[in-house]
Ligand binder design. Structure first.
Ligand code: E4P
Length: 217
């Protein structure tokens, strides 16, 4: 099981890595667009923040399979050769996933909205598939049910593709994704923090301190 941060914000990533058991980062073009640095600079800095065994998932912008493949190799050259290249599951995307996985490049098939897309991406050779839980729910479907079905299917067929659940808007979705078969989740910094906190915990800590200082002042 792995917890990744869905962000390119350097200070947030640093803070979270310092506190929580976060072992990787995922980005996409929209996430990079939120930062003040140029995308290449953000990616370079994030890459430096990550240890050699931590996961870095970076998405291609190209839409044509050959260009996706070329872009993937540029990402590997510029950042790290253990990088997971995120490829959206368009028709050209499946083709690129097939080509890259045959050459040993690690691939995360992203923007997965259906079980069928997940199966096709897995057959094409993706290491991870990333279902977009909240966006699936917004389409009146069930992101958690999709994770559950794909996870059982992969287990039954002894398929090695793993599920990296993504696109979360609340921590209950993250919990459900993990409990229903996601191997990894990637969450924005605010939700990672929220996962670890509860008013009951802060109240308990305050109570312990008060009781102790009242008794022994
Ligand atoms: C991560 O890999 C995905 O690109 C991301 O979680 C999508 O999240 P969003 O639906 O909040 O944009």
């Amino acid at each position: 099981m792995k917890l990744l941060v869905d962000s390119a914000n350097l200070s947030q990533i640093k803070k979270l890595k310092n506190i929580f058991p976060v072992t990787g980062v995922t980005t996409n073009p929209s996430i990079l667009a939120k930062e003040s640095l140029l995308p290449q600079e953000s990616l370079k800095e994030v890459n430096h923040l990550l240890g050699p065994n931590e996961e870095f998932h970076v998405q291609v912008l190209s839409e044509n399979a050959i260009e996706m493949k070329e872009e993937a190799y540029r990402l590997l050259d510029n950042y790290r050769d253990s990088l997971y290249v995120k490829i959206p599951v368009s028709e050209q995307g499946y083709k690129a996933i097939g080509m890259l996985s045959k050459e040993g490049v690690r691939v995360t098939a992203t923007a997965v909205f259906t079980v069928q897309q997940g199966i096709l991406a897995s057959l094409a050779g993706a290491d991870y598939i990333a279902p977009y839980v909240n966006r699936i729910d917004n389409h009146n479907a069930d992101g958690i049910e999709l994770i559950s079905k794909l996870s059982s299917f992969f287990e039954k067929e002894q398929i090695e593709t793993k599920i990296l659940a993504a696109s979360f808007k609340n921590t209950k979705q993250i919990e459900d994704a993990l409990l229903h078969g996601a191997y990894s989740v990637t969450a924005p910094p605010s939700l990672v923090r929220e996962m670890g906190s509860h008013t009951g915990t802060s109240d308990a800590i305050k109570g312990f301190k008060n009781d102790y200082s009242q008794a022994f002042k």
